[in-house]
Design a protein around this ligand. Sequence first.
Ligand code: BGC
Length: 467
Amino acid sequence: MTDRDAAAAGAMPQKTPMPWGLYVVGALGGLLFGFDTGVISGAGPIVQSDWGLDAAQLGFITASVLIGSMVGALSAGRLSDRFGRKKLFVVSAIVFIVGGIGLMFSQNFAAMSIFRIILGFAIGTTSTLTPTYLVELSDKGHRGSIASMFQLMITIGIEVAYFINLAFLHCNAAGLANWRWMFGSELLPAAILMIGSIVLPESPRWLVKEGRVEEAGSVLLGRLHRTADAAKAELADIQAVLAKDPGQGTFKEVFKTSGKAALVAILLMFFQQLVGINAIIYFTPKIFESSFHFDASNAIWISIGIGAVNVVSTIVATKLMDKFGRKSWLIFGSIVMCVAFAVIIVVDLVFGTSSIAAAVITMIFIAIFIIGFAVSWGPICWILISEIFPLKVRGVGTSIGSAANWIGDFLVSQFFTMILAACHNNIAVPFIIFFCFAFLSIFFVKFMVPETRGRSLEQIEEDAMGK
Ligand code: BGC
């Protein structure tokens, strides 16, 4: 960026980190989210046997984080509209560190549950903040790819945590048991997020809302794919949209002015969860152990394989995201997921779960399901919930979508194993339910979801207001 460019945009040049580095750091919130998802799958069962917890207590240690996440998600929108995206990142990282240290040194079930809720609060907050931040910091031509980095970080976090679980499985260093080190490892991504957040620029849209127009212009110029003209035009658009209606950013206002967007955000997130992604992510080892009689160590390697497919497919998604419309990707993903479920259901109903062939086919089609999810519903739901709300209520609107994600996750985590047990461990029955949601999602996308690819956030807002 030259000083002339900066002057053309009516702003002082601002030092920003390397543009790509900026988005990577901006997406780190996803790493916390994914990391904890992976860590609990390894640490939870060990804590259970060390402390002699029953199944309900183990369930609560897993699910308590979701309670904290729901609260965090719901408060993040108001707080980020009020104090800015950047400050809240720093606070979330600190809360995450407090939760992580607490978990590492917890002495009993009650303490662990409290620290899981605290940790969840930080995860819920960052899961609301990160996609909004990335979307607000991207230009319209690359927004899909850039915002997909949140999902990429989630999948990397899950996979890294699987390896950490393996690495610490037999580690009892410094008198601390293996699971304490697993939880302790969560401090690393949190510390990186905290340091990263200090150097991140504030969201330009939030700055304009606060009347800090010069700073906003400077941030717009510091982004990837910047040009002075584009930054200037974007700044003018943001100002024009806000001048029309600055709004207060309350929950009431979201439902009053953007009721349809709120409904779409909630349904998007419910569908994202009800197609059963976390039944696979959390319980793959359990599926292969109890349904196909694999031993535990082989089952862990299947998780690692599934995690790798998830990361690689998400990388492909970040490259291709802006080449086709969001709706096309979602419908494509739903069809792939339906086909994968259909094959698994037929195989398991016809051949049962005792043959090795059934296990192999199930494994392959679970991987195909993951590919379908990772290139579509995984990244796109998070992108869309940040794109479809007008700026004045974007923080709160995204909160609502994010909270719906945690509620859906809670329902699937809570009921999947119960349904599986009730059906004598034949996965066909829960998978029939997931198939139905994947099928219905096609119609939901076709008839209710707006297309946002290639439109600026201000154009999307104008479209919505026009309707
Ligand atoms: C979902 C998570 C899921 C992850 C898997 C995310 O988009 O919200 O619940 O664990 O994808 O990659």
